[in-house]
Design a protein around this ligand. Structure first.
Ligand code: NAD
Length: 476
């Protein structure tokens, strides 16, 4: 059984949870300890006690620890990618790529540790200097979802440690394997005991302690809008610094002048790869009428050519849905779309494969209107719809008519429309002739409206959340 890491010790939980492979529900990936509230509080206490030592350890020690993690993640990409795909269900290529991404993030922040800048300015008062510096926030509570079991933890943990914070980390119940493997590597990276703690367990128990505790100074959460909103309200009462990354309903606009090969590739990659289980997945194709019939026919052909199957089989393009509950949600939305009057142009069926798993063919709706629930609500599965529009202006209005604002894309050869789109799209990320999903690790990530709250994640912008600013005055 895999245990929790608290204060440098591997600690048994109060319960055990099985990690089940969604490609083959007979395959138990492992058994993982579930912490209770008292253990979560213990982890917070040790993180609080260790934070000052870590913040004084110096940037070289911190950089070295991060580089250790980077090197090991990259060296073990095949093994850890296999574990990730086995527990989450994304294809092996996607699993390995995610582990590589986690390694790259640690390497990036190993460098950033050495580049924390401040300012020195003259004061408006003669003979006085002003220094503006960045300091650690303190104890950071990190709560992550199931769809990127190692990359999302990495992009929160790496900057937290880089800038001298201590960490209490609660991964999603569904995917503790990758989180545990990452924690095990970090435990050998040379950081003092208590600086990094892994507390696997229920959100409502372990996560709730992070939100309640006065000793947790900052909370970085990725997950659903409902959970995020509740956490933010509670965290605000304790005046915690809070960063939330939540859902999306990301549009991909396809204009008449688009390169159809690029548009179809963006649609398939963006909407259906990783089984559509990405916050940045395209789920609304907003297509100008002259190209609509050709686009629909090409997307349908491309979907027919995709293999849905066991995540670890080399010919698989699309793995299973993560669990029975998500599969039920996806199937419910297929029914909702039909009842709303949309046409199911492809897929949406449950599939039987060699092993018992949560398999579903990618679903593609046409004759969709912007008011339909399938065009408004986040489904978080391999389900997308096409909405026909007359003009670019109408496409932009439909794209912006959403409670979410994470990522948006346009396929066009018009510089005028691409430029206007980048300026007018009310999202945190705007993509021209590239999929809405799939981002770089050295630049900020995040959205607007109901998708994100608080400072951006990733790249050098991570300092805004993971550090505090101090202004010091000195009279010479
Ligand atoms: P979720 O909200 O159900 O759970 C997220 C995490 O919060 C889990 O670790 C869970 O255990 C924990 N949690 C649940 N209740 C809690 C509580 N009361 N107190 C504290 N913690 C609690 O989300 P999920 O189903 O794991 O993930 C899917 C969602 O994540 C989707 O909505 C997706 O869009 C979103 N997501 C967003 C991004 C982004 O960067 N914007 C990235 C990936 C996923």
């Amino acid at each position: 059984m895999k245990l929790n890491l608290i204060g440098g010790d591997w600690v048994e939980g109060s319960a055990i949870r099985q990690n089940i492979n969604p490609s083959d529900v007979d395959d138990v990936v492992g058994e993982y300890a579930q912490a209770d509230a008292a253990q979560a509080r213990m982890a917070i206490d040790v993180a609080d006690a260790a934070q000052r030592t870590w913040s004084l350890s110096g940037i070289q020690a911190r950089s070295n620890a991060l580089e250790f993690n980077a090197a090991e993640l990259l060296a073990r990409q095949q093994e850890l990618g296999t574990l990730l795909s086995r527990e989450e269900g994304k294809t092996l290529a996607e699993g390995i790529a995610e582990v590589v991404r986690a390694g790259q993030i640690f390497r990036f922040f190993a460098g950033e540790t050495l580049r924390v800048c401040g300012h020195r300015l003259p004061s408006v008062r003669p003979l006085v200097d002003v220094e503006i510096t960045r300091e650690p926030v303190g104890v950071v509570g990190i709560i992550t979802p199931w769809n990127f079991p190692i990359a999302i933890p990495a992009w929160k943990i790496a900057p937290a440690l880089a800038y001298g914070n201590s960490v209490v980390f609660k991964p999603s119940d569904l995917v503790p394997g990758s989180a545990w493997a990452l924690a095990e590597i970090i435990s050998r990276s040379g950081i003092p005991a208590g600086v990094f703690n892994l507390v696997m367990g229920r959100g409502s128990i372990v996560g709730n302690e992070f939100v309640k505790s006065e000793k947790v100074d900052a909370l970085s959460f990725t997950g659903s809008v409902d959970t995020g909103r509740r956490l933010a309200e509670q965290a605000a009462r304790g005046l915690k610094k809070t960063q939330l990354e939540m859902g999306g309903k990301n549009p991909l606009i396809v204009l008449n002048d688009a390169d159809l090969d690029i548009a179809v590739n963006c649609a398939i990659q963006g909407a259906y790869y990783s089984t559509g289980q990405r916050c940045t997945a395209s789920s609304r194709f907003i297509v100008q009428k002259d190209i609509h019939a050709r686009f629909v026919s090409r997307v349908r052909d491309a979907l027919k050519a995709l293999n849905v199957g066991h995540a670890l089989e080399p010919e698989t393009n699309i793995g299973p849905v993560v669990d029975a509950e998500q599969l039920r949600t996806d199937q419910d939305y297929v029914e909702i779309g039909r009842h709303e009057g949309a046409t199911l142009a492809y897929g949406g069926e449950l599939l039987t494969r060699r092993t018992p798993g949560y398999y579903m063919s990618p679903a593609f709706f046409t004759d969709t209107t912007p008011e339909m629930r399938i065009a408004r609500e986040e489904i978080f599965g391999p389900v997308a719809c096409a909405i026909a529009v007359d003009t670019y202006e109408e496409a932009l209005d439909v794209a912006n008519d959403s409670e979410f604002g994470l990522s948006a894309g346009i396929c066009t050869t018009s510089l005028k429309h691409a430029t206007h789109f980048k300026r007018q799209m009310q999202t945190g990320m705007a993509m021209v002739n590239v999929p809405t999903a799939g981002v770089d690790y050295h630049v900020p990530f995040g959205g607007t409206k109901g998708s994100s709250y608080g400072p951006r994640e990733q790249g050098s912008y991570a300092t805004e959340f993971f550090t505090r600013v101090k202004t010091a005055y000195t009279q010479a």
